[in-house]
Design a binder for this molecule. Structure first.
Ligand code: PHE
Ligand code: ZN
Length: 879
């Protein structure tokens, strides 16, 4: 029998009936199989809450042994523990509640609450994991001061950590030890964390601008201290950046980061005790790619930034998740823009949005940035909440400008420090600090779906005026058949036909605006009349991607080439190249489906050739500009998706470019070699990105000479970036060098779990036929296990985004996904439901695949004992 679906609604939010200002926990980790948790809660009736004679605490897989009020054990008839709640009857207005419970860390394969990994005990509480440790009001608007005492075997778990500061520690009988930690900051339970493990430690310090010294400690698997150096540097950079940019200082005496190999997510911002998935903290050039270094740097910063945006000011309830995540992703993006190329950081953020969020927003799980209902909150850690949530903050930043935005942030912290608030608190702070009316802007938090802007223009020579007419619309999404127009910034520029930027002046304005104007859209249709325009201009629309929308304008190829070559806005230069390729890709898909030959024009090769010829100026940008739109982004543009056609047409375009620009790619490959020792800095990683892009294009032609070049690069690589680029190219090339390369790579790296993940992922992402069978084989390989989320993401997650093989016409890819997801579901439902999401958009596909995907979803839906997490996804997909 499947667990009944219960829906939690924002409209049903009620303040908690009780508050718990103090928590004292004694956690005795007796063995991997069992821990005893004694909790002492100071409980008070909430004067602002509903009155209730019984206290109802959340509970999940915890067995409660005893309950006492003010030191007196309660008889069994005064309390009941069912699977989800501990109910204590007839409680006074203010009292001390003592509970003693048992938990089973090793059996905890969901990895929520306290669980074991190879090096010891770890915890993860966001969003609702604390209730798996002890009965509690496990909701973020209940904030408490925590004192935690941990007991464990001294030899096996020498490191004992919790939030805050260690105030006492000692030895105890039976070769055990203990440590007591006090966190001075009241916090919601989702930020609680403990660790008891065998780990190596490295130590550093950070001097804040007010002159306090903060102890920084990194804890990693024994023998891996060298791999923590990079992240430790990132942490210091992030601390400095937040002081410089937002005036925010670290508020703790001690800041600890712990790495763990078994982790559901990337990393977690627990107060003073961040816990990181090893893949997002451990870095060394021979085993980590440039991408890994970049991602680690940003993630360390992201978790640190949460200390203010998330921890000091937290969320009232889980519908407000974007309050902390959207804002923190935006801050992370600003940090990355400052540390790397601003344009490249923006391009990558937008690509992310288009590959992850736009499809989500057009599917059955579409939800507003602030959802109004969910069944399982774990299903709402989505691209919409994170990425689109960040875009909303960015739009406010664009609308009011950086100085006012900073004032708004100051105000936000002044007013809400120590509180649990809603997304509206942030919008209201921006509104108050800037004087801008954001009442209509708030709709962005409530309406789902990707808005479209249809832009039309008209130039009048006699009056020298240029009129832009912008009409917005937003397609229906689940539960939202019609939408209201939203308030958004549209940043535009105008170029002359020879590529010069025109000064902008709107009718009625006394002075011009320089080269870029932030137009504010509010009405469904807005008309902007530019005066003193001497020539018919080419519009550059949505500079720096000023709003998370799809902009439609009838560009011809000449206009796009002009923008690609001359736009002063780097993002829109890139965007012009993407549009140029996209138009031709869409035409190609239509031709192929109609049985016509697929051909590409010379101007495409010429335009890409010019980008390549210009690459010296900014190799990282060139690498982005030469990357064709991803298959999923192309697919998104089609009425009905035929993934095979999309794949073949895109591949044909790659081969066309590789043939036409063969010489240029080949010489760029030599020219952009990175001299000197490896460094993951922006400049040298940009050179590697471009060089490896050239290799990948050439490898699509599969010539023997290129193959030897590729094999030589793999064999001679002194860094993982170059090795992986060569391996990935070989993995998608049907040639004799392929299998030995993949097997050799595994043999070389089989003892480095994070590199094994790269190998699994590379195999699963291959474009070649036979990949379904290979993934099935690898799912039984000794290197693979369903119990480790990283292994699942590497193999099954990568396979799920392999557009050509997951969507194999015979349905074998879907069948494999069903098999693996159902095997995973009882082990780790949160990860399983993410895998199942690869099937959710079945209605978008051509009839044969649509039917196969629907059947796959139905098989899952009918599975006895399906988890609530997966049940929500299949239920919504099939609705
Ligand atoms: N809050 C984490 C972050 O974004 C993500 C996360 C969610 C981690 C849920 C664990 C569990 O930084
Ligand atoms: Zn976050």
């Amino acid at each position: 029998m499947n667990a009944a679906a219960t829906t939690v609604r924002l409209a049903d939010y009620r303040r908690p009936a009780f508050l718990i200002p103090e928590v004292v926990l004694d956690i005795d980790l007796q063995s991997e199989d069992e821990a005893r948790v004694a909790a002492t809660l100071s409980v008070q009736r909430n004067p602002d809450g509903a009155s209730s004679s019984s206290l109802v605490l959340d509970l999940d897989e915890v067995s409660v042994e005893s309950v006492a009020i003010d030191g007196k054990l309660l008889p069994p008839e005064r309390w009941q523990a069912d699977g989800r709640y501990l109910t204590v009857q007839d409680v006074p207005a203010s009292f001390r509640l003592d509970t003693v419970s048992r938990i089973h860390p090793r059996q905890n394969t969901k990895l929520m609450g306290i669980y074991t990994s190879s090096t010891g005990f770890f915890s993860l509480c966001e969003a609702e994991g604390f209730r798996r440790i002890t009965p509690f009001l496990d909701r973020p608007d209940v904030m408490a001061r925590y004192t935690v005492t941990l007991h464990a075997d001294r030899e096996r778990y020498p490191v004992l950590l919790a939030n805050g500061n260690c105030v006492a520690q000692g030895e105890e009988g039976g070769a055990r030890h203990w440590a007591r930690w006090v966190d001075p900051f009241p916090k919601p339970s989702y930020l609680f964390a403990v660790v008891a493990a065998r780990l190596d430690r490295s130590q550093d310090s950070f001097r804040t601008r007010s002159g306090r010294n903060v102890l920084l400690q990194f804890f990693v698997e024994p023998g891996k201290l060298d791999q923590g150096v990079f992240a430790l540097e990132s942490l210091k950079h992030a601390m400095k950046w937040d002081e410089d940019t937002y005036g925010l200082e670290v508020d703790l005496d001690e800041y600890n980061i712990v790495a763990v190999g078994d982790f559901n997510a990337g990393a977690m911002e627990n107060k003073g005790l961040n816990i990181f998935n090893t893949k997002l903290v451990l870095a060394r050039s021979d085993i980590s790619t440039d991408w890994d270094f970049n991602f680690i740097d940003r993630t360390v910063a992201h978790e640190y930034f949460h200390n203010w945006t998330g921890n000091r000011v937290t969320c009232r309830d889980w519908f407000q998740l974007a309050l902390k995540e959207g804002l923190t992703v935006f801050r992370e993006q600003q940090y990355a823009g400052d540390r790397y190329s601003r344009a490249v950081a923006r391009i990558q953020a937008v690509r992310n949005l288009r590959t992850g969020q736009f499809p989500e927003d057009a599917g059955p799980m579409a939800h507003p940035v602030r959802p109004s209902a969910y069944q399982q909150v774990s299903n709402f850690y989505t691209s919409t909440v994170y990425q689109k949530g960040a875009e909303l903050v960015r739009m406010m930043h664009t609308l009011v400008g950086p100085a006012k935005f900073r004032q708004a942030m100051d105000l936000y912290f002044r007013e809400h420090d120590g509180q649990a608030v809603t997304t509206d608190a942030l919008v209201a702070a921006v509104e108050e600090a800037s004087g801008e009316d954001l009442s209509q802007f708030r709709l962005w938090y409530e309406q789902s779906g990707t808005a479209r802007l249809s832009v039309r223009d008209q130039y009048d020579e006699t009056s020298q005026t240029y009129v832009l007419t912008v009409t917005q619309s937003c397609p229906p999404t689940p539960g939202q058949p019609t939408k209201k127009p939203m308030h958004m910034p549209l940043t535009v520029g105008l170029l002359t036909p020879d590529g010069r930027e025109l000064p902008l002046r709107l009718e009625g304005e006394k002075t011009g605006r320089g080269g870029s104007a932030v137009l504010s859209l509010r009405q469904e249709t807005e008309v902007f009349r530019f005066i003193d325009v001497p020539v018919p201009p080419v519009p550059s629309l949505g500079r720096n991607f000023s709003a998370p929308v799809i902009i439609g304008y009838p560009y011809d190829d000449q206009a796009l080439q002009l923008l690609l070559g001359y736009d002063s806005d780097a993002f829109n230069r890139w965007e012009a190249g993407q549009r140029l390729a996209m138009d031709l890709l869409l035409r190609g898909v239509a031709d192929r489906r109609a049985g016509r030959p697929v051909q590409f024009p010379d101007y495409l090769a010429e335009a890409f050739g010019r980008v390549l010829a210009d690459a010296q100026k900014d190799p990282a940008f060139a690498a982005e500009a030469l990357t064709l739109p991803a298959e999923i982004i192309i697919a998104e543009r089609l009425e009905e998706i035929d993934p095979q056609a999309v794949h073949e047409v895109r591949f044909a375009m790659r081969r066309f470019l590789a043939e036409r620009l063969h010489g240029a790619f080949r010489s760029a490959y030599d020219l952009f070699a990175t001299p000197g020792p490896y460094s993951p800095d922006a400049e040298s990683s940009g050179r590697r990105a471009l060089r490896n892009l050239c290799l990948a294009f050439l490898m699509d032609l599969g010539e023997a000479e290129t193959r030897s070049l590729c094999v030589a690069q793999l064999a001679g690589a002194t860094n993982m970036t170059d090795a992986m680029a060569a391996l990935a190219a070989l993995a998608s090339c049907d040639c004799p060098e392929r299998r030995p390369a993949l097997d050799g790579f595994y043999a070389k790296w089989k003892d480095e779990p994070l590199v094994v993940d790269k190998w699994l992922s590379t195999e699963a992402l291959s474009r070649l036929p036979g990949t379904v069978a290979r993934v099935r084989e690898l799912s039984r390989h000794p290197a693979f296990t369903l119990k480790n989320p990283n292994k699942v993401y590497a193999l099954v997650g990568s396979f799920g985004v392999n557009q050509v093989n997951f969507h194999a016409a015979d349905g074998s890819g879907y069948a494999l996904m069903v098999e693996l997801a159902l095997a995973l579901d009882p082990i780790n439902p949160q990860v399983a439901s993410r895998m199942v999401r690869n099937l959710e958009r079945y209605k978008r596909y051509e009839p044969a695949r649509r039917e196969l995907m629907r059947a796959a979803l139905q098989t899952i839906a009918a599975h006895p004992g399906l988890s609530r997490e997966t049940g929500e996804v299949v239920g919504k997909a099939l609705a």
